[in-house]
Design a protein around this ligand. Sequence first.
Ligand code: ADP
Ligand code: MG
Ligand code: ZN
Length: 645
Amino acid sequence: MPVETNNKKRQIKPPRIRQFGGSLLILLTLLFLLNAIVPSFFGPRLPQVPYSDFIAQVQAGRVERAVVGGDRIEYALKTQTPDGKPTEQVFATTPVALDLDLPKILRDNKVEFAAPQPNQNAWISTLLSWVVPPLIFFGIWGFFLNRGGGGPAALTVGKSKARIYSEGSTGVKFIDVAGVDEAKAELEEIVDFLKSADKYTRLGAKIPKGVLVVGPPGTGKTLLAKAIAGEASVPFFSISGSEFIELFVGVGAARVRDLFEQAKQQAPCIVFIDELDALGKSRGGGPMMGGNDEREQTLNQLLTEMDGFDANTGVIIIAATNRPEILDPALRRPGRFDRQVVVDRPDKIGREAILKVHARNVKLADDVNLGTIAIRTPGFAGADLANLVNEAALLAARQNREAVIMADFNEAIERVVAGLEKRSRVLNEIEKKTVAYHEVGHAIIGALMPGAGKVEKISVVPRGVGALGYTIQMPEEDRFLMIEDEIRGRIATLLGGRSAEEVVFGKVSTGASDDIQKATDLAERAVTLYGMSDKLGPVAFEKVQQQFLEGYGNPRRSISPEVAQEIDREVKQIVDNAHHIALSILQENRDLLEQTAQELLQKEILEGTQLREHLNQAKAPDELAQWLQTGKLSEDKPLMQSLLV
Ligand code: ADP
Ligand code: MG
Ligand code: ZN
C-alpha cells in the first residue's frame, strides 16, 4: 500500500457518543430535578413577601383571603385599580416553621383561609418521577454499551486509552528540547520518514517500525516525543505503559489490539508508549516475581501487533523507558524496537542550552551568566535545570526584584543540592559549635584533595531534611571518570567532619552518620565494582542492574565466604586509611581549624575569597602524597586513632 503523504486535511474524529440520546437524557433529568426541588414550578409565579410583612398586613386588615400550605402561603390583598374599582393582588410568602398562632391571627382579623387544592399539575411530577429514573438507568447502561461496541459492559475497558494529539497541539517543538542533539537528530529523521515516505520507499528502503528512547529520568524523553508530535504533522497517539495493565487479565491485550487498529486507520502516524518498562518487563521474571499473566499477555500482544503490520504502512512506534535493561529481549529484535536512541544527562554545553530554553520567558539581570550556572550544575538533568530556573525566578519574585539576578540562581542551586534553608531550626551552643568544627573539617580536607573541585561555601544554617550545616564543593568542569586518588580523597573529605569532631572534642556526635554511609558506599564500590583493590583485583563482585537509575542496590555475585571476608576487610582498610589521613591533616592544621571555625560561628556562612583565604593556608602532611598515590600508609606510623585517647 502506498503511503499517503498528504495528510494535512485528515481530521481526527473524536470517539462517537450517542449525542442526541445524551442531551435528551440530560434535559429530562434536569426537569425531574427542578420539579422535585420547586413543587410550584408549573404553577403561577407570585411576588414573594417576607412572612413578617404578611402578618403585618393581616393585622392591618388588608388581607382578604389566604391559602395556607405547609411551606407556602398565597394571599390576596384588597386594593383598588387606578380608576377606583376594588380589585385584589396576589402574593406569596414562606411561613416560619410551625407558627401555631397563625390560624388564630387569621381568624381574629377575619381573613378567609383554606388549605391548598391538590396540585393540578401533579400528574407531571408523578409521570416524571415514574419515567425518569428508569430512563436514566437505561441511558447510562446504553452509553456504556455503545462505547463497548455492543459487547457486555465489562469489555469496554479493553479500549485503548491513548490520547490523540493532532499537529502542534502538544505545543512543543524541537527548539524546546535542547542539549540532546544526537537523540534529536535521530528522531528528526523519523519525522522525515513520515513526512516524505516516498523518498525512502522508492529506493526500497524499509522505514523503521520502532524506536526505543532510553535515558535517566528527567532528561527529556517524554518532551522529545511531544516535540515529534508537534513537528510531525501526523496524528500522534500517546499512551503510558502502565495504562495497559488492569485488574482483569486480557484487558491490556485488548487495549493493545485496539490501539493498533486505530493507528492503522490513521496511518501515517506515530504511536508513543511512555514508560514501556511497565509492560515490557522480561517475561519469566525470575522466581521472586512470580508469574504475571496479564503483563505477559499484553506484551505478547504488543509483539504480535508489531510483527503484524507492514513496515511501510507508516505507523512508527516510539517507546521511552529509563530501565532498558529489564525489557524483554524480544522487544529489541530487528523488526520491533530495533533502533535505540540514548538521551543522556546533558554536558556543560547542553546544560547551558537547556537553561537558555527555560530562561526564554524569564527576565534576567545583566549579571546572570548561564554558562557559569551550567558549570556549577554537573549531573543536573533537563528537568532539574527547568526546576532551577523556576526556583530562581520564584526567589527573585519573593524579593520583589525587577529581574532575576545571579544570587537567586546560586541560592536556587544550593536549594536543589542541599534543600531549603531552615533558619527556624535553632541549635544550642554545643550543637552549633560541633557543626561548625565538623564543616570546617570537611572544608580543610576537601581543599587539599585532588579533583573534587574547590570548596565554595561552608554554613552552619540548617538546610534540607537532615543537614545541620553544609559544605559545598563546586567542580570546575564536567567529570566522567573518577581516578583512584580522587576516590580516596573523596572518602577522606567525607570523613573530615567526624575527624574534626574527634580532634577538637575527643568524642563524636551522631551528625556524621550520613557522611560515614557515603564514605563506606564509595569504598565498597571501589572494591566490588571498580576493581581497585590490590588483593582482590579487577573482579566484579556486584551485578550492575540499573543503567540509568541510581540508588538501587546491586546484588552480590555468588562469592565464597572467604572472598566476602576479604571484601569486608578491604573496604574497612580503605575507610580506615582515609580516616587516618583526615585526622592527620587536621592535627597538622589544628590552628587553622580553630580560627576558621570561630569565624564561621560568628558569621554563620563563609564563602568566596574570605573562605579561600583561610583554606589556602592548609598544609598537607608528609604522608598525604604517598597515600593518594598508593592508598597505603607508611608501615611504621601508628594509626592516628590511638593518638586520640
Ligand atoms: P523524562 O525523560 O523523564 O520523560 P521529561 O521529558 O518528562 O523527562 O522532562 C520533564 C521536564 O524537564 C520537561 O517538561 C522540560 O521542562 C524539562 N526538560 C527535560 N529535558 C529537557 C531538555 N533536553 N530540554 C529542555 N527541557 C527539558
Ligand atoms: Mg517521561
Ligand atoms: Zn558532614
